[in-house]
Design a protein around this ligand. Sequence first.
Ligand SMILES: NC(=O)c1ccc[n+]([C@@H]2O[C@H](COP(=O)([O-])OP(=O)(O)OC[C@H]3O[C@@H](n4cnc5c(N)ncnc54)[C@H](OP(=O)(O)O)[C@@H]3O)[C@@H](O)[C@H]2O)c1
Length: 252
Amino acid sequence: MSHAATPLGVSPDKTVLLVGGTGRTGQRVLCRLLERGVAVRAVVRSAGRLPPGVAGDPRLTVVEADLLALDDESLAAQVRGCEAVVSCLGHTISLRGVFGPPHDLVARATARLCGAIRDSRPAAPVKFILMSSVSVDHPGASGERRTAPERLLLRVLRRLVPPARDNQRAADFLHAAIGTEDPHVRWVVVRPDTLREGEVSAYSLHERPVSSLFRPDDTRMSNVADFMCDLATADGSWNEWAGRLPVIVDRN
Ligand SMILES: NC(=O)c1ccc[n+]([C@@H]2O[C@H](COP(=O)([O-])OP(=O)(O)OC[C@H]3O[C@@H](n4cnc5c(N)ncnc54)[C@H](OP(=O)(O)O)[C@@H]3O)[C@@H](O)[C@H]2O)c1
């Protein structure tokens, strides 16, 4: 399916909880949500790493905290009243970020945030939108279209590189522990290929990986942000992809 970026009208009373909003993609998600008139509650370790220009925005609430250190009650307070939770968390690209703790950042944050949503017993299901990777397999579709060398590469990566294992575990959790009929949480796992700079452009969405892991496609972070914001705010995108793991790549 192809997609050209379109601005959306959004009800101004929507609130989205964003985690990872100081990251490369998360910053773009934050700016785009605010541009669309959405109220954002951002839990960040350091407000100093938020994108320039958002600080005075009346729609933005910043909570400075270490997400994984929040107790259940504090986490429940963050998700309460939000229609969507967007996670752009990722292990920082450095030796310490990739191989140091917490090895389970994404999976643990996913499980805790979904638990907090469930505990808050929202009247309507809350959307959980997770930024993941094309290297993550659909837990319900054995092997997808991976070749034997690709499957071997992924096995080695998940064994040796904690973030690769972590991203897969987060998707496995959503598939197995939340499923597609949960009354309180619905989810989408967004799978970009190699992240690139650049403005929003045309991009396409696919049910499964379209290119070999050995010949990766490009995905602009702006396009990931655009799609994640669509999922958070537009019923059409959400209804199409809920409970699925769309792969997003730039269209050339
Ligand atoms: N690199 C690629 O080509 C690629 C391709 C596909 C998918 N992905 C996936 O995309 C996701 C996001 O990538 P990105 O490059 O946009 O992320 P990024 O720039 O590395 O940002 C990561 C975010 O996670 C936060 N974070 C890191 N460790 C944390 C911790 N212990 N507790 C709380 N927050 C923490 C960071 O906060 P601070 O600012 O406080 O550090 C930051 O907001 C990752 O899961 C990655 O695996 C990457």
